[in-house]
Design a protein around this ligand. Structure first.
Ligand code: AHG
Ligand code: MN
Ligand code: MN
Length: 339
């Protein structure tokens, strides 16, 4: 605070991501600091990826590399760069046992000694919405942290935990500003990168999603392939003054939904009966964040995303995520149509 609180001051009272992580750690005397190191590795990765994203056109790293990832999707050059940044930064942290990326077919098993310090598995979508890059649209990174199960017969089996077991989850949005949002299971915190000081500055504590919001976010180009209940919901929304908002990057769409309310959908389609989004890298971390903010995240009626039992780290799931009242409305339409 300035000495004279009436006089204007250019000095802000600010809390940085680093400071907040250490403060949370201090509240848990039993904490070893391992999780704090992982979050700090993620924040460094975010700054590096943000700088590449910002300079993509100048560094000539736009466009496809000419190869496909394990999902059969075209990899963009920045998908590969962001993946490398995360693998390298997290890979050096001795608390990390296993890393799994949307871009790699197999997880990287780093440290599995039964008595070692490695306690966590980190899963991520290094660059979400990467097809937005060529047009300077928003993209993101999504991460999920699970406890490493030393008793698992095969190290990889440690990854196949339901989302309800996540220790932490979050996203980084690379938009007009870089936003780091995460939860360690006690509410949602949001930070914005201040490029002037190179630090993420705390902007929201215990963020709450609005209970309702008249906007829906879905790729309506796929509408004719949606189950009837989704089509009935869209009729309802359009007849009741809803707005349509779709960035084409889940991070950007969920970020807006968290702040403004509404619902984000990626339904099953006739071509993709399990939808497009990946349970472990996209749906689970976003579901944890949204639930921690007071929202709901379902795959269908009675199907909480966080309760899904994964059998494959790359599996997909339908997603209905957002304000509790809006998710309920979608579910009512699915139930009414017998879906
Ligand atoms: P990614 O770039 O990691 O493959 O993810 C893209 C995802 C998600 O971000 C977005 O919500 C969705 O794909 C958009 O898909 P459509 O183009 O089918 O709408
Ligand atoms: Mn993605
Ligand atoms: Mn991706």
């Amino acid at each position: 605070m300035p000495a004279d609180s009436k006089s204007p001051s250019l000095v802000r009272d600010l809390v940085t991501l680093q400071g907040q992580i250490l403060a949370q750690q201090a509240r848990h005397p039993e904490a070893t600091g391992t999780l704090s190191w992982l979050l700090s590795a993620l924040s460094i990765s975010a700054k590096i990826i943000a700088s590449h994203v910002r300079r993509a056109r100048l560094e000539d790293v736009l466009g496809a590399v000419g190869s496909s990832n394990v999902q059969g999707e075209q990899q963009q050059k920045l998908d590969v760069i962001a993946n490398e940044v995360l693998l390298r930064t997290l890979g050096r942290r001795e608390g990390v046992a296993i890393i799994a990326s949307e871009e790699n077919e197999e997880p990287m098993i780093l440290r599995t000694e039964k008595d070692g310090k490695a306690r966590y598995c980190v899963l991520f979508d290094p660059l979400d919405g990467s097809s937005n890059l060529d047009v300077c649209g928003a993209v993101g990174t999504i991460f999920s942290i699970l406890r490493y199960d030393r008793r698992a017969a095969h190290a990889e089996d440690s990854l196949l935990q339901p989302g309800s077991s996540q220790v932490a989850a979050g996203y980084i949005l690379y938009g007009p500003s870089t936003v780091f949002t995460f939860t360690i299971g006690n509410g949602v915190d949001m930070f914005v990168l201040d490029p002037a000081i190179g630090a993420f500055v705390h902007v929201e504590r215990e963020l709450r999603i609005p209970a309702s919001g008249k906007s829906y976010s879905v790729n309506e180009g796929n509408r004719l392939g949606f189950p009837a209940g989704y089509q009935a919901y869209l009729d309802f929304a359009q007849n009741n003054g809803y707005s349509s908002r779709y960035a084409g990057a889940m991070v950007a769409d969920v970020h807006r939904t968290l702040l403004k309310g509404g619902v984000f959908l990626y339904p099953p389609t006739t071509k993709a009966p399990a939808g497009k989004l990946r349970l472990m890298y996209e749906a689970n971390p976003m579901a944890m964040l949204v639930e921690q903010a007071g929202g709901k995240a379902l795959a269908g009626p009675g199907q909480r995303i966080l309760d899904e039992r994964p059998t494959n780290i790359h599996q997909r799931t339908p997603v209905i995520i957002g304000s509790p009242d809006e998710v309920d409305l979608v579910i009512q339409h699915l139930q009414a149509s017998g879906a």
